[in-house]
Design a protein around this ligand. Structure first.
Ligand code: HEM
Ligand code: HEM
Length: 289
């Protein structure tokens, strides 16, 4: 058992070991194949074996989506399936070019390979976040769920309203500004991700400068409450910024799947056309050695 077990070293690096062994066997087999065949391509018996192997791997990789949503099963752990998914997923990048004899063209066969490569690359990207996500999260403290964030923000807002009761017009105006200052307004996932740290996170130092500017405009009798308002506002800004930072990480975690999942289905369509068309043109006899 590893101290911090993750999807890459799961179960004593079981799938990593399988990955290395398979990679070595594949390379050795291809050296023999290329030596004897002279013109390796997808249409001869050995080339087709690689093709069928690639298809099997892809079907098992697609099965992960079903396994992820099946809760009442003991058919391997989900972490184990993901570990398998990652290593065997990367292996398809070797199996399929071997199937194609490293020859590509402008056709539906190559399209299915390109789509598969996009799926694999997006998978690498996702795995990176999958592994780093808990570490980064703790940097911002305990995870805030949306409801908790809502409750805490409302507590600040209520306290601010109480402070503004029976105060001058200017105080009330400053209070309203503080309440609406930097509240995340239903920002879209993409915006939160790409405006990293800039427009979304409101700066506490900008706000402090503003407070100091306004302080002398506040009546003497309201100054203590104004300072209380300032403290509440700063705490509120900190909470908002913490929530935005967490949302950003969460969104990155989910956004890559918007590529991974639909492209894997598009690849499956292209692959079906590829297989049906080659069988249509060459017949089943190509499977006979
Ligand atoms: C049961 C599975 C498969 C069968 C029967 C099969 C069959 C074939 C055949 C007969 C060819 C030669 C076509 C030609 O020379 O015109 C070929 C080439 C190719 N196949 Fe497959 N294939 C399979 C799986 C796959 C998979 C899983 C991929 C990729 C995702 C793939 C990608 C390609 C590519 C890129 C070529 C080369 C195209 C070229 O030379 O321009 N195949 N396949
Ligand atoms: C041909 C290759 C691949 C196919 C067809 C494929 C397909 C899929 C599918 C269907 C899902 C389920 C998504 C869902 O239902 O939410 C998934 C999830 C995932 N895949 Fe892949 N994948 C491939 C390769 C890879 C590779 C190479 C990696 C990593 C290097 C990877 C990493 C992941 C991760 C991290 C998840 C999400 C796990 C989770 O949310 O539980 N995939 N993939």
């Amino acid at each position: 058992m590893y101290e911090d077990e993750n999807v890459l070293n799961y179960n004593n690096r079981f799938w990593f070991k399988i990955f290395i062994i398979s990679l070595v066997l594949l390379i050795i087999s291809y050296i023999f194949y290329a030596y004897y065949q002279r013109n390796p391509n997808g249409a001869n018996f050995v080339g087709l074996l690689y093709g069928v192997l690639g298809l099997l791997a892809i079907l098992l990789l697609m099965y992960y989506g079903i396994r992820k949503r099946t809760y009442n099963t003991t058919f391997g752990t989900l972490k184990g399936w993901l570990s398998f998914h990652i290593y065997i997923g990367v292996l398809t990048l070797v199996i399929v070019p071997m199937h194609a004899g490293f020859k590509f063209g402008i056709n539906v066969h190559t399209l299915s390979f390109l789509l598969m490569a996009i799926v694999v690359l997006s998978g690498l990207f996702g795995t990176y976040f999958y592994i780093n996500f808990p570490v980064k999260f703790t940097k911002y403290g305990k995870e805030l769920l949306y409801d908790e964030f809502d409750d805490e923000i409302n507590k600040f807002i209520n306290q601010m309203y109480i402070l503004s009761k029976k105060k001058s017009k200017f105080f009330v105006q400053k209070c309203e500004e503080a309440i609406s200052y930097g509240v995340p307004k239903g920002q879209k996932a993409w915006q939160i991700i790409f405006n990293i740290g800039s427009k979304n996170a409101t700066s506490e130092s900008d706000y402090l400068t503003q407070i100091n500017k306004d302080l002398h405009k506040i009546q003497e009798s309201e100054r203590d409450d104004y300072q209380r308002l300032a403290v509440l506002s700063l705490q509120k800004i900190e909470l908002q910024n913490r929530f935005l930072a967490q949302m950003r990480i969460k969104n990155i975690l989910e956004v890559w799947l918007y590529i991974h999942l639909p492209v894997s289905f598009a690849m499956l369509v292209a692959l079906t056309i590829h297989i049906v068309s080659v069988i249509y043109y060459n017949g089943f006899s190509m499977f006979i050695p």
